[in-house]
Design a protein around this ligand. Structure first.
Ligand code: CO
Length: 138
C-alpha cells in the first residue's frame, strides 16, 4: 500500500522566521507561501530531492495545528506524508483493520492539488500520518 515518503511536516509559530532559517541558515530553496483555508494552514515546501519538508503555520481561527503549537510553542514535527496510488482503497483497507481516519473520512485536496487523508496518531505509534494519492508510486 505504502509508496514513498512524500514529505515530513513541521508546525511553526512564525512561517517567515522558519523560512529564513531554512533559506538563509540551511541554504535550502523554499517555495512561496501557499494559503490553504480548507486545511487551516499556510504552507511552504522545501524540495530535498528524495523527499520534501513542509512548514505549516496556522491560518484562521480553527486551525488544526493551533493545539499542537500550544503544546509545542517553538514548533515541532507534526506529521509524515506517505504516497499511495489509490487513496480510497487505502482508506477502506485501513478502516477494515480498525484504523481511524480523521475528519469525515473523505479525502480533501492537499497542497499539491491531490487527494489527502489524515490517520489518527494513536493508531500509528503516536505520529500523525497523511496519505497523498499519486498517479504512480516509486
Ligand atoms: Co502534509
Amino acid at each position: 500500500m505504502l509508496g514513498r515518503l512524500n514529505h515530513v511536516a513541521m508546525a511553526v509559530p512564525d512561517l517567515a522566521a522558519a523560512v529564513a532559517v531554512y533559506r538563509d541558515t540551511l541554504g535550502a530553496e523554499v517555495t512561496e507561501p501557499q494559503a490553504l483555508p480548507e486545511h487551516g494552514v499556510t504552507v511552504v515546501f522545501i524540495d530535498l530531492g528524495n523527499t520534501k519538508v513542509e512548514l505549516l503555520e496556522p491560518l484562521g481561527n480553527n486551525s488544526p495545528i493551533a493545539a499542537f503549537l500550544e503544546k509545542n510553542p517553538a514548533g515541532g514535527m507534526h506529521h509524515v506524508c506517505y504516497e499511495v496510488t489509490d487513496i480510497l482503497a487505502a482508506r477502506d483497507k485501513l478502516r477494515a483493520g480498525g484504523a481511524r481516519i480523521l475528519g469525515d473520512g473523505n479525502p480533501k485536496i492537499g497542497a499539491h492539488g491531490r487527494p489527502v487523508l489524515f490517520l489518527h496518531p494513536k493508531d500509528f505509534m503516536g505520529t500523525l500520518v497523511e496519505l497523498e494519492e499519486v498517479s504512480e508510486s516509486g
